[in-house]
Design a protein around this ligand. Structure first.
Ligand SMILES: *Cc1c(COP(=O)(O)O)cnc(C)c1O
Length: 396
């Protein structure tokens, strides 16, 4: 095995922003006060407690505005996983007497698929929609899956592995039509927008969703904090019981610093320059596909409007992706084999399988995800070593 010589000064080039992003300095600054100085419990009656309450209310207002919604529709949680669980179990348990059918897709994040699997064990029927070779849901197939007893539809806004964006607004409009024709309030429509929040429109009015999941850790905000948007009139059975915080939907002392952080992060995200990220992503893609033989782009074309601008998923034939990730780390280059959440289990990507990749291409697939501060120098640094490492691994 012959690998490129190690750099004299090792850089840190982080290309795994779909796993989590670095906290923006402005977000950190905003949060600091609520970690130490303003620590009072927002339920306390004295002035400092009431101040914290005010800050939480202000954050809720800021987020509601970004979602084009009312303040009381924003529920704070511990992250994307909890928001997804609350949406799915919350609806299923509240409305199980109205129907026991759920529609979702085969390429959802595990934090959607696993709760739904649990419900399946408890007697719910589930339709797992297939996706096309790009990872998109077919609206016609979706309509065919709708039933009188469908109470919930959960379809992700953008996929975490291949960056494919679904037409949530179109599906939302179809659901509205169905409800009107059937004279029913069902199904409710949930979307996991964790990967979408950095670059896509989050107006729940335009998307026609009843529930929407966000988290801090994918938008240059803190980890361990999330939002569940819940349209007025939609009811949820809580998952966590206790002091009745978050209008009884999520008990527990509020994570003030986290809430301030996710609110600031969402505000900043609106300033993200999509074009700049896309240019660099396209540059990296072009370099890899031109300079490294037997490589293949997975998912939609780079110029498609339906692909997240920061996502690149590439198969390197004849290589074990885990090995490539570990070797690249030696040079300070961080990327991923797909979803961080399933890496530990060493399972091959079900997302890539569903879009029809063969075993060989799944095995050698790597996800590079850029961020707003990624530089051309970083991409060039990565390209100094990537071709050599691939060649080294292929010569084993
Ligand atoms: C990261 C992610 C989640 C989970 O969010 P956590 O805050 O880590 O719980 C859910 N869905 C998608 C699409 C994600 O990318």
């Amino acid at each position: 095995m012959k690998f490129p010589e190690k750099p004299k000064t090792k850089k840190q080039v982080y290309l795994d922003n779909a796993a989590t992003t670095q906290v923006d300095f402005e977000v950190q600054k905003e949060m600091e006060k609520y970690i130490s100085e303003s620590f009072a419990n927002p339920s306390a009656l004295y002035a400092t407690g009431q101040e914290t309450r005010k800050v939480i209310d202000q954050s809720r207002k800021t987020i509601a505005k970004i979602l084009s919604s009312q303040t009381d529709t924003v529920v704070f949680t511990s992250g994307g996983t909890e928001s997804n669980n609350l949406a799915i179990f919350g609806i299923a348990r509240k409305y199980q007497n109205s129907g026991k059918h759920i529609i979702t897709t085969r390429i959802e994040h595990p934090s959607v698929l696993e709760p739904i699997k649990q419900l399946e064990k408890q007697g719910f029927e589930v339709t797992y929609l297939k996706v096309d070779q790009n990872g998109q849901v077919n609206t016609k197939e979706f309509l065919e899956a709708l039933r009188e007893d469908t109470i919930l539809v959960s379809i992700m806004y953008a996929n975490n592995e291949i960056g494919t964006i679904n037409q949530i607004d179109k599906i939302g409009r179809e659901i509205l039509k169905w409800r009107k024709n059937q004279k029913t309030q069902f199904p409710y429509f949930h979307t996991d927008a964790c990967q979408a929040a950095c670059t896509l429109d989050l107006s729940v009015e335009r998307l026609h969703v009843d529930l929407l999941t966000l988290n801090g850790s994918k938008i240059y905000g803190p980890k361990g904090v999330g939002v569940l948007y819940k349209r007025r009139g939609v009811e949820l059975e809580p998952l966590v019981f206790g002091g009745g915080q978050e209008s009884g939907l999520r008990s527990g002392t509020e994570n003030t610093a986290g809430i301030v952080g996710i609110s600031k992060a969402l505000e900043l995200v609106e300033k993200t320059k999509k074009e700049d990220i896309k240019k660099l992503r396209d540059y990296l893609a072009q370099e890899i596909l031109e300079k490294i033989p037997n490589t293949k782009l997975n998912g939609l074309e780079l110029d498609s409007e339906k692909r997240l601008v920061n996502n690149l998923n590439i198969s390197f034939a004849g290589i074990e992706a885990e090995a490539l990730v570990l070797y690249l780390d030696e040079y300070g280059i961080m990327c991923s084999t797909g979803s961080a959440c399933s890496t530990g289990k060493r399972e091959k990507s079900y997302v890539l399988k569903e879009i029809g990749l063969n075993k060989e291409n799944i095995k050698g697939s790597i996800r590079f995800t850029l961020e707003k501060n990624t530089t051309k120098e970083e991409i060039d640094y990565a390209m100094e070593y990537l071709p050599g490492v691939v060649e080294g691994l292929r010569s084993v």
